[in-house]
Design a protein around this ligand. Structure first.
Ligand code: PHE
Length: 463
């Protein structure tokens, strides 16, 4: 151990609070904002879904994120090791093992979609979308759909998935500072700029009014038990919660980082990016008569249409997909870091080996199961293909369950003083009132809400 800091020797941390912010936001912002949020909002009726989602971010997201930061930075440990450090009963390690499972399940399909994004970057560079601007609305829409279908067909999406996973592996081998930190602090600011430009452009399209109305109108009759569960799953997925990502990143935070500040800034910026993505996409949906409930293809069919009509459209289009690729890559870094930290610290595996093993497994299972043309691509379980199944099981079951266990552990099995100490940096920030409020929410609100949503989705309780 290092005499001064008390940290285990060789354990890396992020350099400053700013790089903590970019790395953590890099984890949160990803395909969840740009791909999932818009299509799920579209499929679940728009504004009302967003309101429920925001409620979950506030009452579940922020408290659970803070619990994870607390566990990570206090123990400077991975998602399994945390519970040894705190001398907790070994039952709680199940949180870490469930996190491992979630990291795998999510990576199986996430890296597939990241592959589509990489393929779109390549297509945009080649100028595949240039001809769209010469077409009328109807033909342009059909052509854009055609390009998406083509992207999903054959072996090429599998190769792009390999590329996406490889990029993640190479960055992760670099470690916390030279890998994760360096990439996120350079690329996140550029991403933020680009998404603002895209939203502004979309808002000047003829369908902007309808698009806005769709996002803002709260039609509560569209909400069902399963859409409420979906909103909750999205909140977990979006903020990378319930699987130890924020425990792992928290364990790399600098010691004077203001955890409360970081959690609010990250949650707020993440919501902002999702809304900007919605603003960039829904005006296009209505301008080109696409179905708002278009599902997973929504992003890929709309964005080429927005940019193709602009001067320098192809440059902007390329930039947009480059940045979506960045967002998905920085999110994957944090997903894969969960198993890496466990393998290197619990099993004392070399980092390079841990990265290679984990990413190979993620790629192999992913490639065999998530493409319509792959070996197990058409297998269905409970009426869902494996792509949807992995997504459903992780977001709607494992992450919220992991979140519930983390909440219960922190609220009922941890000393309040220890939480206060960590969240106020030993009394340096705030007067502790916030910690009291947080503990109240963690004890009585977060777990109850989680359980109600579960029961409701199971049809046992109707809201
Ligand atoms: N938050 C990421 C996104 O929205 C996904 C993610 C989930 C990342 C879980 C890490 C852990 O794209």
């Amino acid at each position: 151990r290092n005499e001064e800091t008390g940290l285990p020797l060789k354990r890396e941390t992020f350099s400053t609070s700013l790089t903590v912010f970019f790395a953590t936001l890099g984890s949160a912002v990803g395909l969840g904002n740009i791909w999932k949020f818009p299509y799920m909002t579209g499929m679940n009726g728009g504004g009302a879904f967003i309101l429920v989602y925001l409620l979950f971010v506030l009452l579940l997201g922020i408290p659970i994120m803070l619990s994870e930061f607390y566990l990570g930075r206090k123990t400077r440990s991975n998602a399994v090791g945390v519970f040894d450090k705190l001398k907790a009963h070994r039952f709680w390690k199940i949180i870490g093992y469930m996190g491992l499972l979630s990291a795998l399940l999510i990576m199986f399909f996430y890296s597939t979609v990241a592959g589509w994004v990489y393929a779109y970057v390549f297509r945009a560079l080649k100028g595949d979308f240039r001809f769209l601007k010469n077409l009328g609305l109807e033909e342009a829409r059909a052509a854009s759909e055609g390009i998406f279908t083509d992207t999903l067909t054959g072996v090429s999406p599998m190769i792009w998935q390999a590329v996406a996973v490889l990029v993640v592996a190479v960055i992760l081998i670099g470690g916390v500072k030279k890998g994760i930190e360096r990439v996120t602090k350079t690329l996140m600011p550029v991403l933020l700029l680009l998404i603002i430009i895209s939203a502004v452009r979309a808002l000047t399209l003829p369908g902007a009014g309808q698009g806005l109305a769709f996002l803002m109108k709260a039609d509560f009759s569209a909400l069902t038990g399963s859409s409420i569960l979906a909103a909750m799953g999205l909140a977990f997925f979006k903020l990378s919660l319930g699987m130890g990502t924020m425990v792992t990143y928290g364990s790399y935070f600098n010691k004077d980082n203001n955890l409360m500040g970081t959690s609010f800034k990250v949650a707020f910026s993440d919501v902002a990016v999702s809304m900007l993505a919605g603003l960039a996409i829904f005006p296009v949906v209505f301008t080109f008569n696409l179905a708002p409930e278009g599902g997973p293809g929504l992003l890929f069919q709309t964005i080429p249409l927005v940019f193709s009509m602009l001067p320098f459209g192809n440059v902007l289009l390329t930039a947009f997909f480059v940045l979506t690729a960045i967002a998905s890559t920085t999110a994957m870094l944090s997903m894969v870091e969960v198993p890496i930290a466990i393998l290197t610290e619990e099993l004392k595996m070399k980092r390079r080996l841990a990265v290679i093993l984990t990413t190979s497994l993620m790629f192999l299972v992913g490639v065999l199961t998530t493409h319509p043309d792959a070996v197990f691509g058409t297998v269905e379980v409970a009426g869902k293909n494996l792509f949807d199944l992995f997504d459903y099981l992780s977001s709607n079951l494992l992450l919220p369950l992991g979140g519930l266990l983390i909440t219960l552990f922190v609220a009922y099995f941890t000393k309040k003083e220890s939480i206060r100490e960590e969240l106020t940096n030993g009394g340096e920030i705030g007067n502790g009132k916030f910690v009291d409020a947080l503990l109240f929410v963690l004890k009585y609100i977060t777990p109850v809400l989680l359980i109600i949503v579960f029961l409701n989705a199971l049809g046992i309780l109707s809201l």
